[in-house]
Design a protein around this ligand. Sequence first.
Ligand code: DGJ
Length: 622
Amino acid sequence: MPIHTTEQGWVLETHAAGYALGVNRAGLLAHRYWGVRLLYPDDYPAAPDPTGWASFNGAAQRTPEEYPGYNDLKYIEPCLKVTFADGVRDVWLRVEGADVRDSDTQLDIHLRDQHYPFRVTLHYRVHEPYDLIERWVTIANEDNAPMTLERAWSAQWHLPCDERGAGYRLSHLSGRWLDEWQLRREPLARGVTRLESRRLTTSHHHNPWFAIDRGTSEEDHGEVWFGALAWSGNWALAAEVTDFGSTRVSLGLNDWDFAWRLDPGQTFTTPHSLAGYTADGFTGASQRLHDYIRDQVLPHGRALHKVLYNSWEATSFDVDEAAQGALAARAAALGVELFVMDDGWFHGRDDDTAGLGDWSPDARKFPHGLAPLIARINELGMDFGLWVEPEMVNTDSDLYRAHPDWVIHFPTRPRTEARHQLILNLARPDVQDYLITALDRLLAENNIAFIKWDMNRNVSEPGWPDAPGDPRELWVRYVEGLYRVWGTLRERHPAVVFQSCSGGGGRADLAILRLADQVWVSDNTAPAARLPMQEGYSQLFPACTMEAWVTDMGPTYPPLSFRFHVSMCGVLGVGADLLRWSDAERAEATELIALYKRIRPIVQRGDQYRLRSPRAHAYSAV
Ligand code: DGJ
C-alpha cells in the first residue's frame, strides 16, 4: 500500500523511497522525512516542532512546512502569496481534513484559511514503481469577492535537515541557443539560488529540473533527490538553504509579473511537479524519470521512432516539389523511413520575412498542393512530415493584415520583432480557434504522419489589450491556450507524431512531452558540441525523445561514422544535403542506418547508462 495514515500523519511509499508529512504541535503541516524507505510506517520521524529564534524568527521560520503561505515571522520562500479583497496579504492555512483516493495512490490534504473562506488542496500522487511523487495544488476562492494570486507554486520539496548546513550540491541545466543542456554541478550556497524562465516558454537557458546530492554521489551510486516541473511557460525554481540548516527546493509558475484574479467560486490549479529519491546515483535518478516518461507521459509511449530525413540544412527556405522529390529519392535509398519538409513550403514564404500565419501550400512552389510530393514520398516507402510554427506571425502575411490585434503587444509601444516575427496571443480563444481550424485542415487534407512544431522567438511587450481578467494572466493563459490547440489536434489526429522544437531545445519539459513524442534538442548539429548537450538532456529525458541528425555542419566535418554514432544515441535522423554526398558516403550511411535499425529497440527502450562524461573526457560513451 503506497499511502499510510498513522497517528503521526501520512507516509507515502514507493518501491525504494519513503516520504512523510504530518501536523506539528503548532498546527503547521510539516515535512517529516524523504529518503530510503523504512521498514514500518511508524518508523518515520514525527513532525518537527521547533521554537522561534529570539524575537527575529518565529517557529514557522524553522519549520519545514509542506506548503508555506506568506505570513508570520517567516522569511523563507513561501509557496503561496495572495491579496484578499479587503487588501489583507497574509494567509493562515490549517489542515481541515485529508482523503486517500485512487486505490491508495493519491493523498489530498485540505487546508483552510483561518479567517477567509479560502481553501487550498495539496495533491500527492505516488508513482510506486518509479520512486516518484507527483504534487500539485488546487486553490479555491469560496468568498463572495475576488482575490488575487501573486504566487502559486506547485510544491516545496525538503531535503534532510542538517544544522551544519549539509553541504548539498545542485545539478542543473543551463545554456543558450546553439549551446543548450549544459550540465552544471555546483555547491548549493546558503540563501536562495533561483533558476527561471521569463521568456513565455521553457527556454534554452535553464530547464525546470534539479538533482541534489551531498557532493559525493556518482553516476552509479549515492543518494540523489531530483525533480522537475511539468510546465512549458514561465517557471521558477528556488533552491534555498536557510541559516537553520534546512534545504528545500520550490518549483512552480514564475511569480515575476504574474497575477491571477480568482473570482468567487473559481478554482486555480497549478502545474504538476514530480520528484524522486534514489540511492542509485545520477544514473538511477535519470532511469526513473526515463521510465516514467516512456510509460506515463509520451503520447506514443514506447513505440519505436522512425529514421527521418529533414530538409532544413540542405535546402533552407528553397523548397519545391522537384527539389524535395530529389532529396527524398536519395533518402529512401539510404533506408530513411520518414521524410520531413522543413520551413519554406507555405504561402509567401521565401525567407524569414514573410508568410508565418498563412498555413496553406505556396502556389508557386506547390501548384497542385502537397499531395503530389506526399504521394511520391509514400511511393518511395516513406512517411511524410511537415514543419509548422503556429504561434508566430510575420507582419507580411495575410493573417496579420486581417488581424493585427491578435498579437501580444501593448498599444502604446512598438511591437519588437525578432526574426521578423511577432507572437500570436494564444491566450485568446479566437486565436486558438483559428489555429485549430487551419492546422486541422492541413492534417485532414494531407497524409501527414509527423509534425515538427517550432517556436523561434521569445516574448517582448507582454501586453494583452482587452484581457477579460488581469492582463498578467497572459503568462499562464497563453500556455493553456497552446495546450488546448495542440491537444485538440492530437485528439483529432492521434496517429501523428509531433516534435517540439523552439529554435532547437527551447521548449522541452514534462508537459510538452504529453503532446510531443520528440524534441529537437539543438540547432547545433556539430557532433563534438552535441555530446555534452546529449549528456545534459539525458539527465531527465529518455533517448527515444531525442531527435539527432547527421549533418555537414561545421567548417570541417568529422568522419561520417563519428557523426552517425553520436546521432545514434537518440532517434537517428539525417539532415545533410544528400545530393552532395559521394557514392562512398551514401554506402556507408546505408550500412549505419541498417545498424541503427537493429540496435534501435535498445537505444530507444533500454536502460541508459552514462559510461564516460564528455565533461571529463574528449568523448563520451553511453
Ligand atoms: C529553427 C529550427 O530549430 C530549425 O531546425 C529549422 O526548423 C528552422 N527553425 C526553420 O525556420
